[in-house]
Design a protein around this ligand. Structure first.
Ligand SMILES: *Cc1c(COP(=O)(O)O)cnc(C)c1O
Length: 385
């Protein structure tokens, strides 16, 4: 049994550490679909790997411990995790979502859950007074991201949790961008935390996975039932990869954030850059709230180039930073939200929420920052019309 106080240690020793049978310091990959039963009605506690698998269980215990919840659930992707959470609702229910939620979250609500008469509406969750007015009797949950993708909009998570509690509805936070190392929504009173573990938790752009954490026994029971019934579970090998990735989350994020702070300052000072969105900049929207609820501004930065720069040329001039969807890996990535991550959101809605065609989103990696800045500097210079 490990003894520790700090999250840096919990990342390595948390959940179910090692293997009691052999003393292996790593949880083995239990690559099995089923388990032999000694006699009728007599099993080892493991029956079938959709219902439970020891490698997945170790990961689930780990994320629950890190997020300070009572139960964790691992899914085959972030979207499978979100789908499982939305399956808590029934026909006639409605979910309020923050503007700027992940494009896939919008899409599954708009194109899948809508067919089952589970509604949604997009709200400015930074304006709590206006948000409260939208809580009609059919509203059963508020789902937010903070900072939200891609404008890094900050929402007061404690205030949203309190508002939800007051009205007897659920507060749900997609904590993908911050991870429990930087922000723990359950400690702020939030009911359900979701992760696309594909991003920082995995950290190496080599696994697609999703996680859910709750801090209530009834909710845990309902989610376990949904997970087992709908079956979008994470396999043993991918569970192992995530446990391995999480061990280095602290050191990776320390470097990620150090680099991101330097990149944000560089972009801010650049004459070719118009707007820089980064919650770690004192002039950023929600800077004070973010400072209160998170360890720092995180890693994601969005910015707009001045009109005299050709954005297509900018993307093609980058030599180190790769143009790709996703984020959170050790390598720096860049994307164009309007045509990539947020393309499933109709043009009019994109304009309304500020996802302009000139917006560029950066996921700063852990390379040497001088190489990252040189690549940005060069690509901006090359793209001048
Ligand atoms: C990527 C992402 C998702 C979806 O996760 P997948 O693992 O790609 O299914 C959900 N929310 C946020 C904030 C994301 O960045």
């Amino acid at each position: 049994m490990s003894e520790y106080k700090f999250i840096e240690s919990a990342l390595i020793h948390g959940g179910i550490y090692g293997d009691k049978t052999t003393g292996a310091v790593n949880v083995p990959i239990y690559q099995t679909s089923t388990y032999e039963q000694k006699a009728l009605g007599e099993n080892t506690g493991w029956e079938y790997s959709r219902t439970g698998n020891p490698t997945r269980a170790a990961l689930e215990a780990l994320i629950a411990e890190l997020e300070k919840g009572s139960a964790g659930f691992a899914f085959a992707s972030g979207m499978a995790a979100i789908t499982a959470v939305l399956s808590l609702f029934k026909s006639g229910d409605k979910v309020l979502i923050s503007s700027n939620v992940y494009g896939g979250t919008f899409r599954v609500l708009d194109k899948v859950f809508n067919n089952f008469n589970i509604g949604y509406s997009i709200e400015d969750t930074t304006n709590l007074k206006a948000l409260e007015e939208k809580i009609t009797p059919d509203v059963k949950a508020i789902l937010v991201e903070s900072p939200a993708n891609p404008l890094l909009t900050v929402t007061d998570l404690g205030a949203v949790a309190a508002l939800a509690k007051k009205h007897g509805i659920l507060s749900i936070v997609d904590n993908t961008f911050m991870t429990p190392y930087l922000q723990r929504p359950i400690e702020l009173g939030v009911d359900i935390v979701i992760h696309s573990a594909t991003k920082y938790l995995g950290g190496h752009s080599d696994v697609v996975a999703g996680l859910v954490v709750v801090n209530d026994d009834t909710l845990a029971e309902r989610l376990a039932f949904i997970q087992n019934s709908t079956g979008g579970v994470l396999g043993p090998f991918d569970s192992f990869l995530l446990i391995r990735g999480i061990k280095t989350l602290g050191v990776r994020l320390d470097r990620h954030v150090e680099n991101a702070e330097k990149a944000a300052a560089f972009l801010k000072a650049h004459k070719g850059v118009r707007n820089v969105y980064y919650p770690g900049l004192p002039e950023a929207q929600g800077y004070e709230i973010n400072k209160k609820q998170a360890k720092n501004g995180g890693v994601m930065i969005s910015f707009e180039l001045d009109e005299k720069y050709d954005i297509k040329k900018f993307f093609s001039s980058l030599k180190l930073i790769a143009l790709a969807e996703s984020l959170g890996g050790v390598e720096s990535l860049v994307c164009h939200p309007a045509s990539m991550t947020h393309a499933s959101i109709p043009y009019e809605i994109r304009q309304k929420v500020g996802i302009t065609d000139g917006l560029i989103r950066l996921s700063i990696g852990i390379e040497n920052i001088e190489d990252i800045l040189a690549d940005l500097e060069n690509a901006i210079a090359e793209s001048e019309r």
